[in-house]
Design a protein around this ligand. Sequence first.
Ligand code: SF4
Length: 353
Amino acid sequence: MTKDEQISQDKINERIAAARETLGKDLVILAHYYQNINIVRAADFVGDSLQLAQNASRQADAKYIVFCAVSFMAEMARILCQPHQRVFHPELAAKCPLAEMAVINDVEKAWTFLKGTGMRIIPVVYVNSRADLKAFCGKHDGFVCTSANAAKAMNFVLSQGAIPLFFPDENLGRNTAHTMGITDDEMFLWEPYTDIAEKDASFIAGKKVILWRGFCYVHVAFKPSDMADVKKTHGSDIAIIVHPECISEVVQRSDYVGSTSFIKSTVEAAAPGSKWAIGTEINFVNRLKDDHPDKLIVPLKEWGCREMAKVTSLKFLQVLENLVQDKPQPEVTVHPDDAKYAKIALERMLAIT
Ligand code: SF4
């Protein structure tokens, strides 16, 4: 298929279905909730990061795993699946900008500095991160977490009398700590772009949580003014439900807060006629809306993830047809040393979930 070839969405869907049928049980397709509807319809399993990680670790029979999401999630499948399995991603350049906000050199510098203070620190890395950071956590008794289990991971660290170094998403860390009664004054925000020599260890003394300055540009777009607007338009009885990557001013004003799977199950279980404004990625909100015409479902604001959108149906089809024709194509790879230690940190997460 050439770049210039014009092909209708119906034709793409037909060819995806045909390729799936040919590949049969050799193939498993995993897709994130934020993927477009045509990919979601073709997937064997659709979920959020935690559900996809759990699912990837259970696919022992499939020869090929095609993972439709941003690239760190495909890396996660590579880490958790069996060595003989092959993992493919339709667009390796689809990188989560949040995941790129912490790089190993900066994290190691922070770690050296923080350990030098004599505090007991355990690293907790959000799943939206590169494999080498997950490996860093594996090597240092730390965890991976998702938005669905961040509280469990943070709680575990605190119960050990240690301080979590939570990276790279400041908002998820801050919102999670708030649910445990930890105040902003008890958190220290590590600024990875500030010269380390300017930091003063005395600022960190007495803090319960150390956060990293990183954010998801999709979720920080939701503002308190959007909440006011949606209530003005749809009435003050509309329930607002948001993802914990949103800023804390939004989270604190919302009726419900939780992971994508939590948002889905909450809205699905709600009474017919109920009204919902959802603060998360637009593809997912639109699908919920289509699946539940008995409820009023609106986005808190129309805001999509450009990186997730880089995984198109056409690129997805190309991967499947290359598999059918046994054509060489790039596979998802992770350095063996990173894979070994990242797996330890991921398995610690799955064990506490
Ligand atoms: S929605 Fe945010 S966290 Fe998720 S992939 Fe896009 S930029 Fe990354």
